[in-house]
Write a protein that binds this ligand. Structure first.
Ligand code: TNX
Length: 528
């Protein structure tokens, strides 16, 4: 096993423990119950787990200590522990305990990537070690998942939450682990998106792709083109009021996600799926028809005029304004289902947009159709339905994100009885969503070609958070594991047990998940 604890942090830890031990004398708990860290209900499954069969007793006196630069993360952990256990733990204070939590910073070149972390749990301490705040954040999620729902009230005079002891060494299988939310077909508020972000972060998802524009609505304020939201923001599927994010709200969302190490990927879908934009500014329209508001769910009837320079000036403004507010490296330019754009016009358009995106210092992501255009190899193709497009992208040296409609689409119904969802790609019960191998899903597309996977949630049939949760949960949890855990560590029978035990968390978060009969859901305290 890799040795990543360097001498300096080790000394820091030792002095901390000696200090606290002096205060309180020996650990006051004599007999810990036997535990097995390797049997815990962790999702995603960590890379390596070594159980030592004892426990760490978290109680009201436990202190949280962090390396310089990690104190915000320490506060975050304290808030989450408070939420889960009602304990008020001090952060970088003077703890009154000989059992403490330490989040330490390593500078270890042997850690394979920036999300890697180690978690060492003993009777005296819980130590999260990482090179980066991002790695430490992922480790904090693992720790959160190990804190039991109920306390032990017999081993000590204080209530104790017993965390199984041992060592976890962990890092992700794929760099990109995404979810997508369509806020264009139906609008979702900042508060809704924040809740989704909280849930995704718990399962180590690190990218949230926002589908911000479509035929039915334009959802992001662009200061240089105000009618996009004044007119384009006022419609949605079914004739509801629509809505949009002001630039301040969008920045707030980006910052909220960044705190949980989630990158926001903004999508402006073009040249098709652009009815709302063309309704606001009819010069953009290239389908030769009069533009009227659209609130249905058909696709493929709209297109920008790809041969007008003014259209590219417009796109330049949009990409610039959004890129300026988006710290992440990607800009998603759509490119799907441009059914009324001539092939050569489509390819010409995508290649010009790729250059605009690059000029604003972003890498372009596009749906798999973009593989046909002449684009830079820094662009990324997002596979959704056409395997040949994905293969073509790889042949051209592009990386791909896998979002197979038949597996990863969260908007597909579970079965014929599902209350919401579509089924053009088939029904996707919870096992079907989990049982596939991204590394071998498309012949000719192997691990090194795959940036990661993403689970899109299109919103034609959902209008509020409860409906969103019905489609996303539990399937998105399985996708989180497919993105993080290695192929050897993924197993449906094992996963379904761990999933069944997510109920305490999901109930506490008030998530209205779909109670699939395939899962033997554990009854949690909070459920009724
Ligand atoms: C296809 S997937 C679309 C979307 C729809 C979705 C519904 C993709 C790139 N385009 O426009 O919302 O199906 O499942």
């Amino acid at each position: 096993m890799r040795r990543t604890l360097l001498l300096k942090p080790l000394l820091l830890l030792c002095s901390l423990l000696v200090l606290t031990a002096c205060k309180q004398g020996q650990n006051d708990i004599e007999h810990y119950p036997e535990t097995n860290l390797a049997q815990e209900n962790l999702i995603p499954k960590p890379l390596q787990i070594k159980a030592t069969h004892s426990a760490f007793g978290l109680d009201q006196n436990t202190g949280i200590y962090t390396a310089t630069g990690f104190s915000e993360l320490g506060q975050y952990l304290a808030e989450k522990i408070k939420w889960q256990t009602n304990l008020d733990l001090s952060v970088n204070g003077t703890s009154n305990s000989n059992r403490n939590i330490l989040i330490q910073k390593l500078n270890d070149s042997k850690l394979p990537n920036k999300e890697a972390y180690e978690l060492n749990i003993s009777q005296d301490s819980v130590v999260i070690s990482a090179n980066t705040a991002e790695g430490a954040f992922r480790g904090v999620q693992t720790l959160r998942q190990l804190i039991p729902e109920t306390s032990n009230d017999t081993l000590s005079k204080n209530k104790l939450w017993l965390i199984p002891s041992g060592k976890i060494t962990d890092y992700p299988n794929f760099e990109y682990r995404g979810a997508m939310l369509d806020v264009a077909r139906h609008f979702f508020s900042v508060e809704d998106v924040k809740k989704y972000i909280d849930l995704l972060a718990y399962y180590k998802i690190n990218a949230l792709h926002l589908h911000l524009t479509d035929d039915q609505g334009w959802r992001i304020e662009i200061k240089s083109w105000p009618k996009l939201t004044e007119i384009g923001g006022s419609t949605e599927v079914g004739g509801g009021p629509g809505g949009f994010y002001t630039q301040e709200e969008y920045k707030d969302l980006v910052a909220y996600a960044a705190k949980q190490h989630i990158t926001i990927i903004p999508e402006v879908d073009m040249p098709g799926h652009t009815n709302a934009a063309s309704l606001a500014y009819p010069f953009l329209n290239g389908n030769g028809k009069e533009v009227t508001p659209y609130t249905g769910i058909e696709v493929g009837f709209s297109t920008f005029d790809t041969r007008k320079d003014s259209v590219y000036d417009f796109i330049d403004d949009v990409v610039r304004e959004i890129s300026e507010m988006t710290p992440g490296p990607y800009f998603h330019a759509g490119g799907d289902e441009s059914l009324v754009t001539k092939k050569e016009d489509f390819n010409y358009f995508i290649s010009r947009v790729d250059k605009i995106v690059k000029k604003h210092n972003k890498r372009m992501i596009g749906w798999d159709e973009i593989a046909h255009a002449d684009i830079d190899t820094t662009a990324i193709a997002q596979f959704w339905s056409n395997k040949d497009n994905a293969k073509l992208a790889v042949e051209k040296g592009l990386k791909v994100i896998l979002s197979p409609g038949k597996k990863a689409y969260l908007d597909m119904k579970y079965d014929s009885l599902s209350k919401y969802g579509l089924h053009w790609a088939g029904y996707i019960p919870v096992d079907t969503a989990y049982i596939w191998t991204p590394e071998r899903y498309i012949e000719g597309v192997s691990k090194e070609n795959i940036l990661g996977i993403e689970a899109p949630l299109w919103s034609e049939t959902i209008t509020n958070m409860e409906e969103l949760e019905y489609l996303a949960f539990p399937r998105v949890i399985g996708h989180a594991e497919l993105g993080w855990s290695t192929e050897e560590n993924r197993d449906w029978e094992d996963y379904k047990q761990r999933l069944a035990n997510q109920t305490p968390y999901l109930d506490r978060m008030n998530v209205k998940y779909y109670p699939s009969k395939l899962i033997d859901w554990k009854k949690s305290k909070d459920s009724n």
